[in-house]
Design a protein around this ligand. Structure first.
Ligand code: NAP
Length: 352
């Protein structure tokens, strides 16, 4: 049981990110002082949105310059904190150098932040934003799970630097986190393992997260002839922020948590947009045959390799979110709300 003192500052790494934005809002609304660790605390337009959150909230925000790849660079930001949220990690599927662009920042960054927790006597709990990508690599992995469902007991064993590099980076990072945690007993580790995160962003204009590219493609014509038959877990970014908050402050919280509201398919996601946007935007209406994807996929998008298509297309994604409901008290909002709010934000900001 770990009781966190809400009068002490709370560190959020990667505070400028999509997922972190709503968490920072929640912390500020609860009157907490947020130590926001960011790569660039000066002249950073991303901070405008965070500053706006702090204006009307009882909490305060303070910025610290930190980089995942610079040892010791989280020391100042962590000083005096009992609770650390480590969200920073690049989320991209199409990168030039998987080791430099994904694996090193994820794994070495987690080591850097958690070793700093070892060196900071005030720290009692660390919440790491891992991913369902640390649980599964390909949808085909579902066949080898007990009861054909992804649970917190399962680890991704199918991703490599060459196949599913982002998932591999998240798996290595979470393993690193548990290894460092298990060698000490002062702070406890909770991991949050979200599926695909969607929903409106605190900072809608400057977004590096892969989440937006996917929804944009539902409206920009990329999928007008059809979508791959791909199963997904989806969670709303606002529900995910609450999950992080609960993981930080529920004294009994323990271990890994799948945070995923819906087991769905690309086509079902698109169908939630039809009633409101179907007349004006080329929202996909059907699924593409697997053989066609196998032929043209790698030409259209280098992340769509033949191996990816073989091991993911036409497979469902089924995750067990029951622990998140019982242990953290999460109630998931409907998929329609998440999809429509995200799409509308892209329209409002002229991205669509
Ligand atoms: P995002 O908006 O791109 O945020 C990534 C954050 O990491 C940014 O704040 C970025 O800082 C920071 N970062 C990247 N490289 C860094 C470095 N070398 N040093 C310091 N900070 C660095 O992506 P996101 O979707 O919010 O992802 C946040 C977390 O959620 C990640 O751990 C991701 O793996 C996890 N997650 C996301 C999803 C999803 O669907 N979005 C699903 C499961 C898990 P800058 O602003 O300086 O670039």
């Amino acid at each position: 049981m770990t009781q966190i003192d809400k009068t002490k500052p709370v560190l959020v790494t990667g505070a400028t990110g999509y997922v972190a934005g709503w968490l920072v809002k929640r912390l500020l609304d609860e009157g907490i002082t947020v130590h926001a660790a960011v790569r660039n605390p000066e002249n950073n337009e991303k901070l405008v949105y965070l500053n706006e959150l702090a204006v009307d909230a009882p909490g305060k925000i303070k910025y610290f310059k930190s980089d995942l790849l610079q040892p010791g660079s989280y020391a100042q930001a962590m000083e005096g904190c009992e609770l650390v949220f480590h969200t920073a990690s690049p989320f991209a599927l199409d990168v030039n150098d998987p080791v430099k662009d994904l694996i090193e920042p994820a794994q070495l960054g987690t080591r850097n932040v958690l070793e700093q927790a070892n060196n900071t006597p005030s720290v009692k709990r660390v919440v790491v934003t891992s991913s369902c990508a640390a649980i599964f690599g390909d949808n085909a992995d579902l066949k080898n799970t007990p009861n054909h469902i992804f649970t917190e007991e399962i680890w991704n064993t199918s991703s490599t630097a060459k196949h599913g590099a982002y998932s591999y980076s998240k798996t290595l990072a979470e393993k690193e986190a548990w290894e460092i945690h298990n060698k000490q007993s002062r702070w406890d580790l909770i991991t949050i393992n979200p599926s695909l995160v969607l929903g409106p962003a605190i900072n809608p204009l400057d977004n590096t997260s892969e989440s937006f590219r996917i929804i944009k493609q539902f409206g920009d014509g990329t999928f007008k002839t059809g979508v791959p038959k791909l199963g997904f877990g989806v969670v709303d970014v606002r529900d995910l922020a609450f999950a992080h908050y609960q993981a930080g402050f529920v004294p009994e919280a323990k271990g890994r948590h799948i945070i995923s509201g819906h087991n769905t398919f690309f086509l079902n996601m698109a169908q939630t947009l039809q009633p409101k946007y179907g007349d004006k935007y080329p929202i996909p209406k059907k699924e593409l045959p697997k053989w066609l994807l196998w032929l043209v996929g790698p030409i259209l998008n280098k992340a769509l390799t033949r191996k990816f298509i073989c091991r993911n297309v036409s497979y469902p994604w089924i995750g067990d979110n029951s622990k998140s409901k019982t242990a953290l008290g999460i109630r998931y909002r409907p998929l329609e709300e998440t999809m429509n709010d995200t799409f509308q934000q892209l329209i409002d900001n002229k991205i669509l």
